[in-house]
Design a protein around this ligand. Structure first.
Ligand code: GLN
Length: 194
């Protein structure tokens, strides 16, 4: 299995380390040709406006969109914004996933936080999964989801922070900044079962 990590800006190295620990071959994606032969792609956290601008400048936006139509893609934080169809403002997006996302929904950098999250799909051997340590850094909130979208995790008040639509996965938080590799494994399963 070979997974690419969009490496224009943001926390791509952390995803790479996590995948390498899991024995996955990784590629840092900056140009369209880096997408060749990949089984899936991770779009990291960072700054979605910057990632979008660089994707335009590097002429890779349309290639990323095409890749995403055919392969599993996981967006964390800014990556989740980048995958969304609607974010209430105009900036370059892949616009693939049928979700509406609000940027910086929890406030500023100082309002970043960590919390334990119930994520039922991380179940193993039928037993209730341990809570996932979710790190939120100027995180977006998934305000609403379309019909084909499965909600994977919410914060109190039914605030959606993880969702899946077929081959696309989004998390508002940063699993790559923890020692918990279950979301990376979950994404690998999405790739294997495609
Ligand atoms: N606030 C950033 C944005 O709007 C996302 C922050 C993050 O990825 N940690 O793109």
């Amino acid at each position: 299995m070979k997974i690419g990590i969009l490496a224009l800006q943001g926390a791509f190295i952390e995803h790479q380390y996590m995948l390498e620990k899991l024995g996955v071959e990784t590629v840092q994606v900056r140009l369209a040709e880096h997408l060749l032969g990949l089984d899936g792609l991770i779009i990291p956290g960072g700054e979605s406006t910057t990632i979008g601008k660089l994707a335009v400048d590097f002429h890779i936006l349309e290639d990323l969109r095409q890749f995403g139509k055919e392969h599993p893609v996981w967006g964390t934080c800014a990556g989740a914004i980048f995958l969304s169809k609607d974010i209430h403002r105009n900036q370059p997006l892949l616009g693939l996933m049928d979700i509406t996302t609000a940027r910086n929904a929890f406030g500023r950098q100082v309002d970043s936080f960590e919390t334990s999250l119930d994520v039922p799909v991380l179940v193993k051997n039928g037993s209730k999964p341990a809570p996932f340590p979710a790190v939120f850094i100027r995180a977006p909130l998934i305000e609403s989801v379309g019909e084909g979208v499965q909600v994977l995790a919410t914060l109190p008040g039914n605030r959606i922070v993880a969702a899946r639509e077929g081959q696309w996965l989004v998390t508002s938080f940063h699993p790559e900044l923890t020692n918990d590799d279950r979301f990376h494994r979950y994404f690998m399963e999405m790739i294997s079962s495609k």
